[in-house]
Design a protein around this ligand. Sequence first.
Ligand SMILES: Nc1ncnc2c1ncn2[C@@H]1O[C@H](COP(=O)(O)OP(=O)(O)OP(=O)(O)O)[C@@H](O)[C@H]1O
Ligand SMILES: [Mg+2]
Length: 313
Amino acid sequence: MRRLWLTTEEYASRRGVSDAYVRRLAGAGQIPGAEKRGGQWLIPVLEPGPEETAMKTVAVFNQAGGVGKTTLTLNLGYHLARRGLKVLLVDLDPQATLTAFLGLAPSDLEATVYDALLRRENLPIHKNLAGMDLVPSNILLAGAEQELVSALNREGRLRKALDEVRAAYDVALIDCPPSLGLLAVLGLAAADHVVVPVQTHFKAYLGTDQLLRTVDGVRQELNPDLEVVGFVPMQYARGTQHDRDVLEALTAQLTERGPVLTPVPQAADFKKATVEAKPLALFNPRHPAVLVFEEMADRVMDTLYGSREGVRS
Ligand SMILES: Nc1ncnc2c1ncn2[C@@H]1O[C@H](COP(=O)(O)OP(=O)(O)OP(=O)(O)O)[C@@H](O)[C@H]1O
Ligand SMILES: [Mg+2]
């Protein structure tokens, strides 16, 4: 991993925004790590070095529904791709939300991740959707858990399927379904790292023990190398006391298992962006949450390539 320092002008041109806007954000302390040197702002960015080419696999997991897994997968993937990484997204959810968020019609697809898992066919890959590639899903995948019950090496099926594309990608992000079933286990067993979106609601706080037990169980039984990149509070409403209190409680509960990353604010633009099949940064480049994803991408790259931040327990 190399750390490069960019001027505000260079940074602005990479992000497709104006230099004045970047300088204003830097002045307001909104660009993580930015430093003023010799009267001008310098902004740190991380890029993989030429030697770091083995594909890293990251599962985005939480067994609770609607916490923001798919939104996180799409937007984090986009920001990693924008840093020059070759990104493969894997939709492992029969609801096929990620597939739909990227503009495909799930029910029209001839081949999905199902065919790779059940029939051992090649992974069907749709190229260059918002700069990323996608292995799509559809409702047929709902039958996979039943059909795999007696299959040999069923937990390893996705890892094996990904082996054939390891040379072609820098990172694969797996969007897990909201369950503790076999599909989620396949996703976690295929991953080296896990990112866990959490909501700053009391219900999420109550569910955290179960969540940690699941991750621990997978580590013990299947994948001892699974590393928690971080917990990402999603749909955070900074203006409400409830969210601030729950964030504090969650942070106290989670920190020893993995870092709690900067919260992604609640914003109506996330929903609007998905209607246009876009990551937030393409729908509204000036939205403050875009910077949160920029910082998250830096952090994730740091963990994947530098292995400094991730916590293994
Ligand atoms: N930060 C946010 N602000 C506002 N809305 C958000 C935010 N993040 C996600 N959403 C919205 O919340 C809904 C659920 O998000 P998403 O589909 O990403 O969750 P999920 O965990 O993948 O759900 P599932 O468990 O069903 O797979 C979506 O409509 C999404 O647009
Ligand atoms: Mg989802």
